[in-house]
Design a protein around this ligand. Structure first.
Ligand code: ADP
Ligand code: MG
Length: 744
């Protein structure tokens, strides 16, 4: 059965070589009850470990069933242990956190028997070793003698032809010891039992062979009784533990040591929170920055805003507006949005105050006035500014009543005449940042006037006179087109500058073709110069006072001009009520035939650069964080798992392969990690639902999307897998005995 030929075993530790035993020759057969004795340190344990494949040997030849083993791989020895050897140790090597039943069941499960099918078998084996009443007692609560009987029961369950017992009675009182030996003898029929003991009297009756060791050598080897039988043997038909039982066992292991479970659970929970916290912090930065980024063409970059125009570039109709307004999640629709992005500066006549911002319809004002009152007259306005604005916040009331003028100048640097706006109310808004544009809330009269002005500035104006084009918008020739209600339709009043361009010296009676072109529309109007004005008659013709710089002005009919530059509403702004629904609104608008531009996606300038930097930083920091967290958790979990060393080594002595053991560890950590993730998610859900109020987590909850949770889960699962992998590698890099030794 087993044969050693000149086998030697050396230990290497700290550069010192010690001999475990040397040049041992031995042949053991089925049916023998072999007793090995010898003083401490004589090599008995070493010999048993080599015989049972738990430890390696360095010299000589070992035969198992006539097969030489020097070429055996780790997996071959694993198979040998699994099929042939049941071990019983002086210090039991039971799973203390398991019950008696579970310990015995474990041996059967690891040999591929279904846990659901072995109940009776386990019970009968436990009965056989006399522990029926302790079936569901945890092994940690048993006495030494009872523990050793559990170990025997386990070896029985494994049902191997060889049983190796190293000082099984060493830790037992004499009566327990006698029972254990008797039990071992009982089960030794048709087996090879090898037992190390100091107490020869106890075993003398049963022993078929006595081997005495001294100083690593066999001193004496004598047959004392005849072997019980010399019959053949059968090894159990070995199968791997079933998938279902792997999961069962993994889950059992996750929970069966509460302190360990809580610690690992806490580590994973901490990791989830740390990753989520950092991640959401970046999300918030990115979000804030995208909100405050700016766009060259749009001054209102609210993330709720969508700018729309028709795909076919035609004006938007009233029916379409009604339809848009009735869409879900649409807050307000600003039909004519020209003013939204038409920023202008206002200042008082003394230049004491200076404001830069945009006009908005007073009907959208929903703040609470910090000072003053709501407008009453057509040219009254409300001024909105940041609460952080140093000058405004000093004394908001002092602004009330101030007259503000458009900050526009002519070529001579003189402020252009305009009707002033009167500030009747001031609103300091906490949500605005210092440096943001101001907002001027005004009534329809002001807005209409400004829209016209904006429409002109949004058009590229030029005119043709005597076959020659003059670009008005770029100031060519100092010409300007000025709408005036005093000019009849189809006519124009021109100054001296135009006459100078004419071959005949005068523009009177000649035709001017004015052309206006915007990104949405193009149009023409033909007018005939019916009057040439000069210093003397301008005021009479138009009501406008003459100044020298007005020589280039061409006065045309106001209504006609408006029709030219204002060909309907081509572009509008839709504001969603909830930014999270923005994509849905975009979808609906597109279905209606609109081209859309979400401000959120239009921030191509500084903001975007910053977002890219933040995104890069996010990736980098998260990577660093995860690596750091990995090592921190690894070291914590490693310390915690140290207590699992014994468990996994026990599994190996029971025949679990490296793969199976690692899978069990994987499942154990997976279950714990998943549970901590579930608790983490539950916490967030409760916070979102308002059941729980943890201010530290509330912010975090706001900035995480479903995808982020999946990501966090994947991160901790990957971590648990890596930890398991590293730990298993350490656990299995050595022989079983060395791993045990490290443990003790
Ligand atoms: P026994 O079981 O008979 O008391 P062992 O087999 O434990 O003896 O030890 C045999 C020899 O091997 C002793 O000299 C002991 O010091 C040495 N030895 C045992 N285990 C180790 C080890 N892990 N490292 C180094 N030397 C060891
Ligand atoms: Mg020993």
């Amino acid at each position: 059965m087993l044969k050693l030929k000149n086998v030697s075993k050396f230990y290497y530790s700290n550069g010192v070589i010690t001999s475990g035993f040397s040049r041992v020759n031995l042949e053991l057969d089925m049916g023998e009850f072999v007793v090995i004795t010898g003083e401490s340190g004589s090599g008995k344990s070493t010999l048993l470990n080599v015989l049972s494949g738990l430890d390696t040997y360095e010299e000589g030849e070992m035969y198992i069933n006539g097969q030489e083993t020097s070429h055996y791989s780790e997996a071959d020895f694993e198979e040998y242990r699994r099929k042939y050897v049941g071990n019983i140790f002086q210090n039991f090597n039971l799973v203390n956190s398991y019950t008696v039943y579970q310990n015995v069941e474990l041996a059967l499960m690891l040999n591929g028997e279904k846990s659901s099918a072995v109940k009776d078998k386990v019970k009968s084996i436990i009965n056989r070793v006399g522990l029926a009443e302790y079936m569901n007692t945890k092994c940690s609560k048993l006495s030494g003698g009872q523990k050793q009987r559990v170990a025997i029961a386990r070896a029985l369950a494994k049902d191997t032809p060889i049983i190796v017992a190293d000082e099984p009675t060493g830790n037992l009182d004499s009566s327990s010891a006698a029972e254990v030996i008797k039990l071992l003898h009982e089960i030794s029929e048709e087996k090879l039992v090898i037992i190390v003991t100091h107490n020869i009297e106890q075993v003398e009756r049963y022993a078929t062979r006595l081997i005495k060791m001294h100083d690593g050598k066999i001193l004496e080897d004598k047959k004392v009784n005849l072997p019980q039988t010399k019959a053949g043997y059968e090894t159990a038909d070995y199968k791997d533990i079933t998938a279902k039982d792997r999961i069962r066992l993994g889950i059992r292991n996750a929970f069966n040591i509460p302190a360990k479970f809580i610690l690992i659970f806490a580590v994973f929970l901490f990791v989830s929170m740390a990753v989520a916290g950092t991640y959401s912090g970046f999300q918030k930065m990115e979000y804030d920055d995208s909100r405050y980024g700016y766009n060259q063409f749009f001054s209102d970059t609210s993330d709720k805003r969508i700018v729309i125009n028709k795909e076919d570039k035609t004006p938007i109709t009233d029916e379409e507006f009604t339809e848009i307004e009735s869409l879900e999640n649409v807050g307000k629709v600003i039909r004519d949005d020209t003013l939204i992005d038409y920023s202008m500066s206002l200042s008082d006549s003394e230049y004491w105050y200076y404001f830069y911002g945009n006009f908005t319809d007073i009907k959208y004002f929903d703040g609470e006035l910090t000072a003053g009152s709501m407008p009453e007259e057509p040219y009254d306005i409300i001024l909105e500014g940041s609460a952080d604005d140093y000058y405004l916040s000093q004394d908001p009331a002092s602004v009330i009543g101030t007259l503000l003028y458009l900050d526009e100048y002519d070529e001579n640097g003189e402020r252009k005449e305009s009707k002033p706006f009167k500030v009747t109310g001031v609103f300091l808004n906490d949500e605005m940042r210092n440096g943001d544009n101001n907002r001027f809330y005004a009534g329809e009269e002001i807005l209409e006037h400004l829209r016209q002005e904006a429409a002109v500035s949004n058009n590229n104006l030029k005119f043709m006179f005597e076959g020659q084009y003059y670009d008005v918008s770029s100031g060519e020739g100092g010409f300007s087109i000025v709408p005036d209600s005093d000019v009849p339709k189809g006519q124009a009043y021109a100054g001296g500058s135009l006459g100078e361009m004419s071959q005949s010296g005068t523009s009177k009676g000649k035709e001017i073709v004015i052309n206006a072109e915007s990104i949405y529309s193009e149009g023409e109007m033909k007018v005939t110069v019916t009057a040439v004005y000069n210093k003397g008659n301008l005021e009479e013709l138009t009501g406008v006072k003459y100044t020298e710089d007005k020589e280039g002005a061409i006065y045309v009919n106001e209504e006609e001009f408006n029709d030219l530059v204002n060909k309907g509403i081509f572009q509008s702004s839709v504001y969603v009520s909830d930014t999270e629904e923005l994509d849905n609104v975009l979808e609906s608008l597109k279905e209606m035939g609109f081209e859309t531009l979400a401000m959120r996606d239009a921030l191509t300038s500084d903001g975007q650069d910053l977002i890219q930097i933040i995104a890069l930083m996010k990736t980098f920091m998260l990577t660093v964080l995860i690596v750091a967290l990995f090592f921190i958790s690894y070291f914590i979990i490693k310390v915690v798992l140290k207590s699992r060393n014994a468990y996994y080594t026990t599994l190996r002595t029971l025949g679990a392969s490296r793969r199976v053991s690692k899978q069990l560890l994987d499942i154990e950590l997976f279950v714990t990690a998943t549970l901590s993730f579930v608790v983490f998610t539950a916490l967030i859900i409760m916070i979102n639902a308002g059941i729980l109020n943890l201010s530290a987590l509330t912010e975090m909850a706001d900035y995480l999307s479903a995808g982020d949770y999946v990501l966090i889960y994947m991160i901790i699962i990957a971590m648990s897998y890596l930890i398991s992998h590293r730990f298993a590698r350490k656990l299995f890099k050595d022989s079983v005995m060395n791993t045990y030794r490290e443990e003790v």
